[in-house]
Design a protein around this ligand. Structure first.
Ligand SMILES: Nc1ncnc2c1ncn2[C@@H]1O[C@H](COP(=O)(O)OP(=O)(O)OP(=O)(O)O)[C@@H](O)[C@H]1O
Ligand SMILES: [Mg+2]
Length: 343
């Protein structure tokens, strides 16, 4: 169903608007334009439109479009790469000389950082130092912002993904994002989880039910919602919505999960529940979390990275184990930041 009527376009945009990855620098109008540009340019159908802002970045997927077998392993129930990598102790992701430009302006430059498999890496640093931009590069969500350019290298399990030619949709199934503001689809709880599975070809009702129950169990939501799976996901509390969004990412069995300030829009109790949930993913998934909460980074992180703006460009100041960063920082800036003297 191509969307031709401008009034309907506006209506769809209004629905989609809150679901898009939030970015302060991307105005509503730009987001709207972006949706239509992608929608019309790529002849995306309505459901694919809806899929655009999903946490795994399923945007622009045309119905019937195949996945890139070079990037996406065909077996949906493949063993978690994180677990395999944990055994081989290779980083799940490795960036080298990674830079990102919005137009001519660099958001960050020359970042070389490993992201260890099965571990939790916390990225901290003051506002505007490129934390979210860095996360967005890791599953190429930056492709959705016109005028962005990546240079350098990002290897996912040895595969170069900074390369223009990779299938970004397949990549985003392996590397999912959870945003600051919970963004469930305006569907039932069941449909929120069934939808990405159905888009990936799983139609059998029993199998869908099983996978959905497992994902809801994984995020500790099953007992809270099992009697109302057909009610709107929008009726859930903020913390429950965020756990549903995490379940929606988990249901596709990704290898890496990127959390961009996942607790900052939640009340303290929900924040604690989501934090515990993220900590419980250790070992089964590779996790990167951006947080402004240093205590949280210290509680749940295995590794930490401090980003900072220097000469108007984001830089990686220091990377190390959580213990080293907090108790024996090598850089004076890190020491000042973790001790609350700067930032
Ligand atoms: N879509 C965009 N277009 C132009 N510039 C952008 C865009 N997104 C981010 N920037 C710029 O890139 C730099 C890094 O922004 P980013 O959002 O990655 O920082 P951050 O560390 O996540 O900040 P915060 O802690 O406030 O979320 C900033 O100077 C920002 O203004
Ligand atoms: Mg940010």
């Amino acid at each position: 169903m191509a969307i031709r009527n401008p009034l309907r376009k506006t209506w769809f945009a209004l629905i989609l608007q809150p679901l898009l990855p939030p970015h302060p620098a991307l105005s509503c109008k730009e987001r709207e334009k972006e949706v239509y540009f992608i929608g019309e340019g790529e002849k995306v159908k309505f459901w694919s439109f809806f899929h655009l802002p999903s946490p795994t970045g399923e945007g622009c997927r045309r119905r019937g479009e195949g996945t890139d077998s070079k990037l996406l392993k065909p077996d949906f129930h493949m063993k978690s790469q994180a677990r395999q990598n944990s055994r081989s102790s290779l980083p799940a992701l490795q960036t080298e000389k990674l830079s990102l430009y919005y137009g001519k302006k660099a958001a960050f430059r020359e970042i070389a950082m490993p992201i260890e498999a099965g571990k939790i890496t916390a990225i901290v640093g003051p506002s505007g130092c490129g934390k979210s931009s860095f996360l967005s590069c890791l599953n190429r969500l930056t492709d959705l912002i016109p005028g962005t350019k990546i240079s350098g290298s990002i290897r996912l399990d040895g595969l170069e993904i900074a390369n223009e030619k990779i299938d970004a949709i397949a990549l985003r199934r392996r590397v999912g994002t959870i945003f600051q503001k919970p963004n469930p689809f305006p569907f039932s709880i069941w449909k929120n989880l069934a939808f990405p599975l159905q888009e990936h070809g799983i139609k059998n009702r029993d199998r869908l039910d099983r996978l959905i129950e497992t994902a809801l169990q994984d995020v500790g939501l099953w007992n809270e919602v099992k009697d109302r799976l057909n009610t709107s996901a929008l009726s859930l509390s903020g913390g429950q919505k965020q756990r549903l969004c995490i379940a929606r990412a988990l249901v596709l069995q990704p290898e890496v999960l990127l959390f961009d300030e996942p607790c900052s829009a939640l009340d303290p109790i929900s924040s604690g529940v989501v934090e515990d949930l993220i900590a419980s993913l250790r070992g089964r998934y590779t996790v990167v979390i951006v947080t402004h909460n240093l205590a949280q980074a210290r509680r749940i992180g295995d590794y930490a990275a401090l980003f900072w703006v220097q000469e108007e460009v984001g830089r990686l100041i220091e990377y190390g184990t959580i213990e080293q960063i907090f108790t024996a920082p090598q850089d004076a800036l890190t020491a000042a930041y973790v001790n609350g003297i700067r930032g």
